[in-house]
Design a protein around this ligand. Structure first.
Ligand code: HEC
Length: 173
């Protein structure tokens, strides 16, 4: 009897491990639409290079809602209403300070420049204006909101779309 119980326990452990491994693989396919996870939690759970915008297949459909969110988070105060720049770098040109891929932009907007640099990121390109980007990871409550803002940036910057999955740098990888 005792042997059977131990056997069942061992089988449970093994199947538990395979579920765990499966979850790790699923996490690589990040990220889902409508994700309510706070951006900073998603960053903590996802290895560098693993964040992908679930709205990339049709960013035009997200433009309006993404623009509203962009304005509601006051991104326009620094980057201009259409992302064309102002006292801070334009989001519409071909220069991306840390890289133009989804993973880097998500981390930059959520963590801000100072935290990003602490992780080992450096300015690989020089913009018209150089300065720190504040941290928005607590102001933007859900990852879904942040992905929609990034989708809006893609609409405003179509030539950046080819870089969505190619980070200019992957510190620590
Ligand atoms: C207080 C001003 C300020 C606000 C508000 C602000 N940003 Fe920024 N942003 C900056 C600065 C300055 C940089 C350049 C960062 C650097 O060089 O480290 C930057 C960089 C960026 C970049 C990278 C641009 C590039 O050329 O590489 C993106 C994308 C971006 N911001 C998006 C946003 C979004 C989205 C919001 C709103 C959620 C926002 N920013 C709000 C100041 C701001």
């Amino acid at each position: 009897m005792r042997k059977i119980i131990i056997g069942v326990l061992a089988a449970g452990l093994v199947s538990g491990m395979s579920v765990f491994a499966w979850q790790a693989i699923a996490a690589d396919e990040c990220c889902p639409k409508d994700d309510q996870t706070p951006p900073l939690d998603l960053i903590a759970a996802t290895p560098i290079g693993g964040l992908h915008n679930p709205y990339n297949d049709d960013v035009a459909a997200i433009e309006e809602v993404g623009h509203k969110k962009y304005l509601s988070f006051s991104c326009n105060g620094c980057h201009g209403g259409g992302g064309g720049g102002g006292m801070c770098p334009p989001l519409t040109n071909d220069t991306f300070v840390y890289g133009a891929d989804d993973d880097t932009l998500f981390r930059l907007i959520a963590l801000g420049s100072d935290e990003l640099q602490k992780l080992g990121y450096t300015r690989v390109k020089k913009e018209i204006v150089t300065g720190p980007m504040p941290q928005f990871g607590t102001i933007i409550k859900t990852s879904d909101d942040l992905w929609k803002v990034i989708a809006f940036i893609r609409v405003k910057n179509p030539s950046s779309v080819k870089h969505v999955s190619t980070p200019a740098q992957t510190p620590g990888q």
